[in-house]
Structures are given as structure tokens and as C-alpha cells.
Design a protein around this ligand. Sequence first.
Ligand code: PLP
Length: 428
Amino acid sequence: MNNSEKCFQQAKLSIPGGVNSPVRSFSSVKRNPLFIDSAKGAYVFDIDGNEYIDYVGSWGPMILGHNHPKIQEAVINATNKGLSFGAPTKPEITMAELIKKHISSIDKVRMVNSGTEATMSAIRLARGYTGKSKIIKFEGCYHGHVDSLLVKAGSGALTFGKPSSAGIPDDTTKDTLVCQFNDIKSVEQAIKNNENEIAALIIEPVAGNMNCILPKDNFLKKIRELCNLNKIILIFDEVMTGFRVNYKSAQGYYDVQPDLTCLGKIIGGGLPAAAFGGKSEIMDMLAPNGPVYQAGTLSGNPIAMAAGTACLQTLMNEKNFKDLDHKSKSLTSGLLTVANDYKVPFKTSQIGGMFGLFFTNQESISTFKDVNQCNQEHFLKFFNEMLDQGIYLAPSSFEAGFISLAHTQDLIEQTINASETAFKEIAK
Ligand code: PLP
């Protein structure tokens, strides 16, 4: 038994399932999880002394690579001043201004501690602002484990075959309407059936929790028009896509301005920080200005602000985003070539520093139904063969992959070379 296996046994005695977030358990890929000891650049190192090229990146935040010296330095400097004050600080203003500078739909922004808090608060705010109750979400989109949003959710929920959760009273989800991603008719229908009752529509502008599905045929623009016509608050959940897919995030890339935006992952630089923001008129409904209550003991924590600010300041130039885009293109096209060589049905998607791998021969993959038809057995083989060769991919076929600025062309080549064995095994 290796050290990771021993630790997993031990962890299971005192932590439910041995993990603090379900996908980490590796149960869907039928092996024990690796216990990570440290990470640097594009690598993670497990407690057995193995190194892996990492395409999980802590599920998104590690866009600069692990343990980037700029973030490390900022965190150390911040800790010298104290860890938390529960009072306003200058770093919170710096962070808010940075976010506003790069996301033009945001006039005001409130910091929270997780993406879940961001979406939960944005929904409450939209309901408070409009005085309406119903919300629209999309099948396969995940917005954290908010009760009302854990309906036909993606990612971890899908991986465990439970797109919804026990413990959520029907009453809590009765106002959640579920539409199909990339199917504007499903949205039109939901609005028609619930006229003047819908407060908000929340969407991942690029769906990253059912693999990586891009919006097509101006889907986001059409949604924007429908929301305008029906006085529905449009919420872009950019917890994953914000500062990941493009210099201007997904909303800039697709040129669609939401009313509210949720951010997380990258804006914390690896520490717990997230945010929601948007038009002043809506944001000023929040306490203490307005009647919508929202709060947090550690919100805007100075160490998290220091990490997030250093991350954004280092990341934010157009060249870095070209580089990320180039790297994920190079990876996906390389993998596709090898798959074709071995005649394995395979498709890819990518945008900026985010990519998707699909084991399928479907022409186009644009809905949850399409993703669900992909070959799980092939994914399972691929994942395990890659991990055995030191390539750490997300342990679920419903997760997007992430690339960082630390992934060199050499490491990408190494990954593509490793895929030869994996595709060969699948083709057998
Ligand atoms: N929204 C999206 C799009 C996400 O991908 C996630 C997490 O993966 C969340 C919200 C929830 O964020 P957190 O895990 O920080 O609560």
C-alpha cells in the first residue's frame, strides 16, 4: 500500500468519504485519490514522491501555475500585517477596482468567500431587485451547492449520477426552471409559461461543468434579448470562465453584457475569494444601502485579496491570453491527431485556457444530452493510462481541463506523447 492509499484509509475514518469535496475522491475513475504534498509551476507532487503535469489547476485558480512567486510574496507580505480584521481595508478597494477595470459590466462588486456564495447572493439580489421569485438555470450547468440551484447540476453532481441532491425540500426548488444549453426555444418556452414571474436567468456562458461546451449560434446574445424583453436579470456565472477564457472574460469574448456577474477561482489566486457584481442600480439594493441582506465574517479577507490581486496583476495582459489560447489549442489538436491515428472516436473543444475532451463521434456536442452520450469506458481508460504516465487530468468526464501559463510547449508535447499509450489501449 502506498502513502496515498494509507492516507485515504485514514482520512475515511474522520472525513466523510475521505475528502472535503466529492470529486476529489476519484471514485468515478475507480481508483484511490492521490494525496498531494506540494506543487510548483505546471506540476503537482504526491506524498509518494511522484510528479504529475497538472491539468486540474486546483479546478481553475492556478492560471499562473502553482506557487507563483508573485502570489507567494504578496501573501507573505500580507500575513505580516495580520490575518483578518473584520473591518474595511485598502486591499478590498484595490481588488474591486481591478475587477471593474477588466469587466465593464461591473460598476460595483461585493467580495465573498466561494463561488457558491457568489451565485447564492446574486440570485437573492435579483429576486430582491425584481420582486419576482422564479429563476432559470440550464441542465448541466453548476453554480455551486446552493439549494435552489442544485437542480440538474453539472460537474461533481453529475459525476456521482445525482444531478440533484437529497436534503433539498421540493419547496426550495419549485421556483427553479431548467432549460437546455444552446436551445433558445427551451428558454422562450419557459418564459412564455411563466410570464412576469422570472426574476433571473443564471448561466455559465461557457459551460465548464459538463465538460467544456461553447455557446453557439449567438445563444448568449439571444438570451440577453429575451431577458431585456421580459425584465429578467441576466446573471453570468463566470466563476470558472472569468479571467480564464479571454482577456475580457466570456462576456467580453461573446460581447454580451450581463446585469450581474459571479466570479471566483482566479480572483482568489488559490485562496478562498469570490465576488458578485454588476450595475450600481442593482448592487445598491444590498445591505447596508438596501434591503437585500448579505454578509460574511471573512469576506474580503486581506490575505485572499493580496493573493487575488497579485494573480490578476500578473495575469492581465493580452499576450498571456494569446499564450493560453495557443497552448490549449496545441494540446487539443495534438491529442486529436493521436486519437485519429488510432481511430478512436474523439472530439475536443477549447477557449483560452480551458478545454474539453469528448470520447464520441457525434458531429457536434452542444447540449447536456450530447455530453451524456460520450463513451465513459474510453474516458476511464484514458484517464487511468494518462495518470500512470504522470499526467493529472480531472477525474471526471464532466469536468473541463485547465492549462496555465507554466505549461511549456515541451510539457504539452510530453502530454501528447503520453496519450499514444492511452489511445492505443482504447483502440485494442
Ligand atoms: N460556479 C461555477 C461555474 C463553478 O464552476 C463553481 C465551482 O466549480 C462554482 C460556481 C462554485 O464555486 P465554489 O466551489 O467556490 O463554491
